[in-house]
Design a protein around this ligand. Sequence first.
Ligand code: 5AD
Ligand code: FES
Length: 363
Amino acid sequence: MLSLDEILNKTIFTKEDLKNLLASEGDDKKRLFERALQVKLEHLDNYVHLRGLIEYSNICTKSCLYCGVRSKNPNFTRYQLSDEEVIECAKLAHDLGYGSVALQSGERSDKAFTDKITHLVKEIKKIDNGSLGITLSLGEQTEDVYKEWFEAGAHRYLLRIEASNEELYYKIHPHDAKHDFKTRLNCIDTLLKLGYQTGTGVMVGLPFQTYDDLADDLLFFRQKDVAMVGMGPFIPHPDTPLWQYRDQIPSAEERMELTLKMIAILRLMMPEINMVAATANQTVDPMGREKAIAVGANVIMPNLTPNEFRENYLIYPDKACVKDKPDQCQTCLDVRLAAIGHRVLYNEWGDSLAFRKKSGVRS
Ligand code: 5AD
Ligand code: FES
């Protein structure tokens, strides 16, 4: 078996290397984390980009077995923000200097919904002459819909694969036409083809998930050459079917550590992509987001959803920052990031460098 330094000195990791890195502990793990931070600082400096997160609606037509807002959970109130509320959130993002918003929602593909999103994207674009970048995270849609939203002004799209192993995918989603692995793959390919900065990702520490799966997830991100990746620890939700396996998964601390290793390894594999320090990290560990930034992540998505709706968007329990006000988040973030030698880059879209290079755009 190769030593950690022998692996770290390689330019391309094999699947075996990835599994060894995922299993690293103690001093080896520390050196993996240090190398990942060093590579990030060399390529991207110590900047963190912000996306003001707007959780547009928790109405969802799907039933993912891990997700608290799945259609089969009757235990909370469904909501959809009004157009005015969305625009207010976007203006707030602009006023706070965030540079970008991310519009996220439970999954719907009916025309009333897709038309509404087109309208909202165009309205957000009107704020200060298109100064806000727009990321969408609205699930699986047809190519025509993705195209319509792109033409309306959205330029980034997040669609996590959740698990790149088809077998595992069907252990965490119902096996039916609505939750089809091939459709999900096709959607990611379509987003890439249309020219979106495309983001994907997985949950870490799922029931049935192995190091083999996680290594394959990392290879999947590289093979698809995506511009952005989001990974966070799986958090069992009591109103979902996967809750029954809560005693068969790694501890919260282990899931957090494994997430950090995934982020660090991917930073070595794809030095110029954007990687988010997911809120799920902070839910599992109060310092989770900072830890993710310190091992390679470079994006944070502060929640701008009006507080009265937030507690109904609990995809997992005890979500962090549910009670914070946006301006509190702001001060809190600046201070927290300064403490780990990072700073927020305000008033910029913060596009992925990997994407900018690929599409020939320099800035
Ligand atoms: N634990 C952690 N992450 C979750 N997500 C959904 N449910 C959970 C959960 N129980 C993640 C999924 C989804 C993203 C919006 O949130 O990966 O893509
Ligand atoms: Fe809503 Fe999975 S439960 S998209």
